[in-house]
Design a protein around this ligand. Sequence first.
Ligand code: NDP
Ligand code: OXD
Length: 309
Amino acid sequence: MTILFACTVRDARPWLLAFQTLDPEIPVRAWPDGGELDAVRFVVTWQPPVGLFPRLPNLGAVSSLGAGVEVLLANPDIPTDVPLLRIIDANLTGKMTEYVVLHILRQHRDLARIETQQRAGTWLRFPTRDTARTTVGFLGLGTLGRHAAAQVQALGFQVRGWTRAPRHVDGVEVFHGRDMLPAFLAGCDYLVCLLPQTPETAGIVDAALLASLPPGAHFINGGRGSHVVDADLLAALDSGRLASATLDVFTTEPLPPSHRFWTHPRVTITPHNAADSSPESVAPQMLENYRRLVAGQPLLNRVDRARGY
Ligand code: NDP
Ligand code: OXD
C-alpha cells in the first residue's frame, strides 16, 4: 500500500521529503512515477492528472493539498464513496489572518498616502480613523473566518460575519442565509470573503451585493475568484463607490496579463499565496489520515460532499 503524490501544479520534492522525514516506513511515490498503481490507497493532490483515478482500483481516500476542495468535488473520476479530505492547519490559518489584518490595516492607516507623502518629502498631518467605529464583516466564519475575526476584534474593530447556518461566535454579530445578507452588508466598512466555492456562493460578489455596502467600503477576497463577478467589481471601483479591492484569488489563475485588475489603481493583487500549505506543517495530518485509513479508523477533516465544503 502506498501514498501517491499526484499534482500537476506543485513540485513533489518538498512533499516527499516531508513525508519521508516524518515516517520513512510509509511508502510514498510521486506521479508520474507511480509504480504499481494497484498499491495506491491514498492520493494527495491539488490539480490531479487527467485520467489518474480510474487507474487506481484500491483508492481509499483523496486528500487536498489545501483547504478548498471544489476542484476535487467537481472531478467525476473520483468515486463518490471515496472520502475527500481537506487541510485544517493552524499554520495556514495564521497566514490567512496575517493577510486579512495586513490589508485591513494598510487601508485603515492610509499606508499608500503615507508612502506617497514621504516620497514627495511632504509633512502633512491628516486625521486617522477610529478603529472602534470601523466594522469588518466576514463572508464565511469557518476555520479561517473565525480565526481572522477574533484577531481583528482583538485590534478593536467591530466584527460581524455571515454564515449559511445560524452560529454563535463570541464577540461577532452573526447573520445567516440570503435573507440576512443585505442587513449584514449594510454595516461593513471592510468586507472579507472567506467562503468556499459552492454552487450557492458562485458569483455572490455582484453588483447587488456591492451596492449594499456603505459607500467607501473596502473588499478583500481570500476565498475564490469565482465568488466575484469581475465586471461588477470593476464598475464599483471605477465609480469610486468601492474604495479598494485586495484580491488573492481569481477566476483564471494566473491572472491573464490583459485583465484590468492588473492596472486598476484601486486594486491590489496577490498571487494566491495568502495562506499556502507548508509541506512540513500539513504532512503530519496527511500521514495520520493514511494510518487511520489503513487501520479502518475514522478520517480527519472529511469534506461533506452534500454541503459542498
Ligand atoms: P470552512 O469550511 O471552515 O468554512 C466555510 C464558511 O463559509 C462557513 O462559515 C460556512 O457557513 C460559510 N458558507 C459556506 N457556504 C455558505 C453559504 N451558501 N452561505 C453563507 N455562508 C456559507 O472553510 P475555511 O474557513 O477553512 O476556508 C474557506 C475558503 O477559503 C476555502 O474553501 C478556500 O476556498 C479559501 N482558501 C483560500 C486560501 C488562499 O490562500 N487564498 C487558503 C485556504 C483557503 P457555516 O458556518 O454555516 O457552515
Ligand atoms: C486552499 C488554497 O484552499 O490555497 O488551501 O486556496
